[in-house]
Write a protein of this length. Structure first.
Length: 206
C-alpha cells in the first residue's frame, strides 16, 4: 500500500518547530521573510506562507503586519512535534495492518492455487491408475456381514470389484465367491469415483 506523505508546508513547519525545540532558534527571534524561507527550503512563497500560518495558528509564532514573524513559544513547539509524531506512529500502525492483511490475502490465494493443483493431480492420478484400490473397514454391524461374496451379489449391487480382504491381520487376495466378510474386516475394491459411496451405502445404507 502506498504511504501518504505529509504536505510540504507541514514538513517545513515541523522543521522550524524542531529548530525551536533544539534552541537553534530562540524565543523572541524574528524569522526571515517568506521569500527567504522559501529559498532556504526550496519551496514557493505560498508554501512558506502556509507553514508560517500553521505555526501561528498553534501559537508557536506571532505575525504582525510590517514586523514579520516572531517566535513566541517553545512549549507549544514541543506539543506540535509530539502531536506530529503520534500521528506518524498511528499512520505507521495503520500501514502495518493493511500490509499484514494484503500479505494474508496473497497467502490465501497461494494456498487456494495449491489446493486446486493438488485436486487436479489427484484426479489425474486416479484416472491414470484406475486399479488403485479403495478401502473400507467393517467397523459396525451390517446385515451383509456373515454372507459370502457370491450370496450378497457385491459386484452387481455396487459396480465395484472386490480385490482383497484383510481378516484378523491376514490379507486374502482375490477372494472367491465363497469368501465371507465379517465385522472388523477391511475390504479393498476398485471401481469408478462413485464406488466408495456405493459400497458404503451397500453395507450401511447411507
Amino acid at each position: 500500500m502506498k504511504k501518504i506523505r505529509q504536505p510540504r508546508y507541514r514538513q517545513i513547519a515541523y522543521l522550524i518547530a524542531e529548530q525551536i525545540i533544539n534552541r537553534q532558534i530562540d524565543v523572541g527571534t524574528k524569522l526571515h521573510a517568506r521569500s527567504t524561507l522559501a529559498t532556504t527550503y526550496g519551496v514557493s512563497s505560498e508554501t512558506a506562507r502556509k507553514a508560517i500560518s500553521i505555526l501561528a495558528d498553534l501559537g508557536i509564532v506571532s505575525t504582525q503586519q510590517g514586523s514579520g514573524v516572531t517566535i513566541t513559544s517553545r512549549d507549544k513547539a514541543k506539543a506540535f512535534i509530539s502531536q506530529m509524531q503520534q500521528s506518524s506512529d498511528l499512520k505507521q500502525l495503520q500501514d502495518d495492518v493493511h500490509t499484514s492483511i494484503e500479505n494474508q490475502k496473497q497467502e490465501l490465494t497461494h494456498l487456494s492455487n495449491i489446493l486446486v493443483k493438488l485436486t487436479e493431480r489427484t484426479e489425474q492420478m486416479q484416472r491414470h491408475n484406475p486399479l488403485t484400490p479403495y478401502e473400507l473397514e467393517m467397523s459396525e454391524v451390517s446385515p451383509q456381514l456373515g454372507q459370502s461374496i457370491g450370496d450378497m451379489n457385491f459386484w452387481q449391487k455396487t459396480g465395484a470389484t472386490l480385490v482383497a480382504i484383510m481378516h484378523e491381520g491376514e490379507l486374502v487376495i482375490s477372494p472367491g465367491p465363497y469368501s465371507v466378510i465379517e465385522l472388523h474386516d477391511i475390504i479393498y475394491f476398485v471401481g469408478s469415483e462413485t464406488s466408495v459411496q456405493s459400497v458404503r451405502g451397500f453395507f450401511y445404507d447411507v
